[in-house]
Write a protein that binds this ligand. Structure first.
Ligand code: SIN
Ligand code: CO
Length: 394
């Protein structure tokens, strides 16, 4: 078993602990031969096919578009779009390919040294020679894996939040981009580049089969955390908890908001915020919200736990629905909250840990108390799939 203390080829021979200490959120790392045997499960035509499907998020970036420079169009596309494209100078980007192609999702297993709930998705891009999305900055950590062809990557160092971007175009392209020393490489298939948030980068295709997988991580903004938690905790407070001033003294000026008033509000806010249990309940829900809410398909009729048990005992298997997000947190020595797709349920701690792990779920989980109740709830919500209740009869 690989641990935080075993060096990994994926990390250029660093252990996960070393990578996290030296590079994660701090500095880029070029890794030659990170996944030398990774055979791309997608050809450029497969990617174009995904970009033609309804409900799949895709973008086409054309350096010299039909209407303007750096034109961005959004999918679904059709064959006529691809037929009119020139031989160079464009990129096709498809989000969340891990949700649609199981072999792409399997790649995520290699990133098990990071919390799975930090993952956003795997975006896949294809570009003919000269294709790029321009020099830019992303707010997220990303591992850029070259899966076929060559891409030249140039890095421009850490950029301030207010760095100037070219006005009046569809993309956020940096107005100034200066390549730093020792930051200019051509990546070959199997090579990977890790970038922390806020690092200027520019990747240009060098071949007619250039495909790049972006394993992207997400982090909620301060605004999202404050407003998200405030909404959650506010709902739990009830209407009777109000601004209260039973210590009120006659005011010097009736129109003044005095220090006493501000302090009473501050105390109410601190009391609402200083609740680690509530923070955990909110954060687990927030970090397991699915990327695309409409991908979650709830069952039309509730699953009967007994029938489900029989179906599993008859050899049936369940698995995480594509795009579903799971996490867990212990409540005490034996119980945990299992978070799935923005919802939460309490169950045996070992069961929560097992169900959050993305591997087929079979009858072996039935040893835990109430397992069939938990599985039925997850099936009904659409977080698990793979087994119809009728399967119990077969
Ligand atoms: C790309 O794959 O073309 C762009 C990825 C990135 O720069 O974030
Ligand atoms: Co980028």
């Amino acid at each position: 078993m690989t641990t935080a203390h075993s060096p990994r080829a994926l990390l250029g021979g660093l252990t996960p602990a070393e990578f996290l200490a030296r590079h994660w959120q701090k500095s880029p790392l070029l890794i030659r031969g990170a996944l030398p045997d990774f055979d791309s499960p997608l050809e450029p035509d497969d990617l174009a096919g995904l970009a033609c499907e309804d409900g799949i998020e895709s973008r086409l970036v054309e350096e010299q578009g039909p209407d303007k420079a750096w034109q961005v169009s959004h999918g679904p596309f059709d064959e006529s779009t691809f037929a009119r494209l020139p031989e160079s100078g464009w990129s096709l980007l498809v989000q969340a390919v891990d949700h649609y192609v199981p072999e792409v999702a399997e790649l995520l297993g290699a990133f098990d040294f990071l919390p799975s709930w930090r993952l956003d998705d795997i975006m896949v891009s294809y570009a003919p020679p000269g294709g790029s999305v321009g020099p830019h900055v992303d707010q997220y950590d990303v591992f850029l894996l070259q899966t076929s062809g060559q891409r030249r990557w140039q890095l421009g160092g850490k950029v301030e939040d207010d760095a100037a971007i070219i006005p009046g175009i569809d993309l956020r392209i940096l107005e100034r981009f200066e390549v730093e020393a020792d930051s200019d490489w051509v990546l070959e298939p199997g090579d990977m580049l890790y970038l922390p948030p806020g690092w200027a980068h520019h990747g240009v295709s060098q071949s007619d089969d250039c495909m790049t997988f972006s394993v992207g991580f997400r982090a909620p903004s301060g605004d999202e955390i404050v407003t998200g938690f405030a909404d959650y905790v506010g709902e739990q407070m009830g209407d009777s908890r109000r601004y209260a001033d039973d210590d009120l003294q006659p005011p010097s000026h009736p129109t003044e908001l005095d220090d006493g008033a501000i302090e009473r509000v501050r105390q109410l806010l601190l009391e609402a915020i200083d609740r680690p249990d509530q923070i955990a309940q909110w954060f687990g829900r927030a970090m397991t919200q699915p990327k695309y809410l409409d991908q979650l398909v709830a069952a039309e009729t509730p699953t009967d736990p007994g029938t489900l048990r029989q179906a599993l005992e008859a050899g049936g298997e369940l698995h995480h629905s594509p795009g579903s997000r799971f996490a867990w947190r212990n409540l005490d020595d034996t119980r945990a909250t299992l978070f799935a797709d923005g919802d939460a349920l309490v169950c045996d701690a070992a069961l929560a840990k097992r169900l959050a792990t993305d591997s087929p779920i079979d009858a072996s989980v039935l040893v835990w108390p109430e397992a069939e109740r938990v599985l039925a709830a997850l099936l009904d919500a659409g977080s698990l799939s793979g087994l119809e209740p009728d399967d119990a009869d077969s």
